[in-house]
Design a protein around this ligand. Sequence first.
Ligand SMILES: [Zn+2]
Ligand SMILES: [Zn+2]
Length: 128
Amino acid sequence: MAVQRRNTRQRQLVLDTVRATSEHPTADEIYSAIRKVDEHVSRGTVYRNLNLLAEEGVIQTIKTPGGSRFDWNCSEHAHIICTTCGKVADLSLPYDKGLDTKATQDSGFSACSHYTLFEGICPECAGR
Ligand SMILES: [Zn+2]
Ligand SMILES: [Zn+2]
């Protein structure tokens, strides 16, 4: 039972860390943040919990050129990545289901979905 309780606590710690930021952190960034709170949590534990939470749909994974980012906001929303510093921000663009239908018709693939990732230079980098 002690193991079970620890697992639950570590899972909650991972989830809380993802929910504490809107910066779309990488797994490594989440791991670093958790180590500041609890130095006994291993990298493997953090990665395993992130993947489980994403599989369960509690958080979502965003594919970016630098690797996967994690987002507590599971709604379908678009992202923009800074080509200079790699910062990822949310965009409130509507999800276009019509594109999925078109992709299905054109390709013959089923269960089509898409994600939208814009590139640009963030205000901080542009102001430098
Ligand atoms: Zn930037
Ligand atoms: Zn997001």
